[in-house]
Design a protein around this ligand. Structure first.
Ligand SMILES: [Zn+2]
Length: 81
């Protein structure tokens, strides 16, 4: 199945709309630290944290930030042990 230009534009529009419906990057950045800690600890994610997770899956910019944060946190953990 190949998509017409029109269909692609509709899809892109849908994705953009989903993103604005969800968390903004600002909201995400505000809670990304909490999310990183919880996911490192392997804790169950609350609804709010699941929103972050969803945003990270959609947003390359925030997921980069998240990766850097996880690395930093892991380094801290290694130092503590
Ligand atoms: Zn974002």
């Amino acid at each position: 199945m190949s998509l017409s230009k029109q269909q692609i534009q509709t899809l892109v529009g849908l994705i953009a709309a989903t993103e604005s419906d969800d968390l903004s990057c600002e909201d995400c950045f505000g809670r990304i630290g909490e999310f990183a800690e919880k996911s490192l600890e392997g804790r169950e994610l609350s609804e709010g944290m699941q929103l972050i997770q969803r945003h990270l899956e959609q947003c390359p910019c925030c997921s980069e930030e998240y990766k850097a944060l996880i690395e930093a946190l892991q380094e801290i953990n290694v130092e503590q042990v």
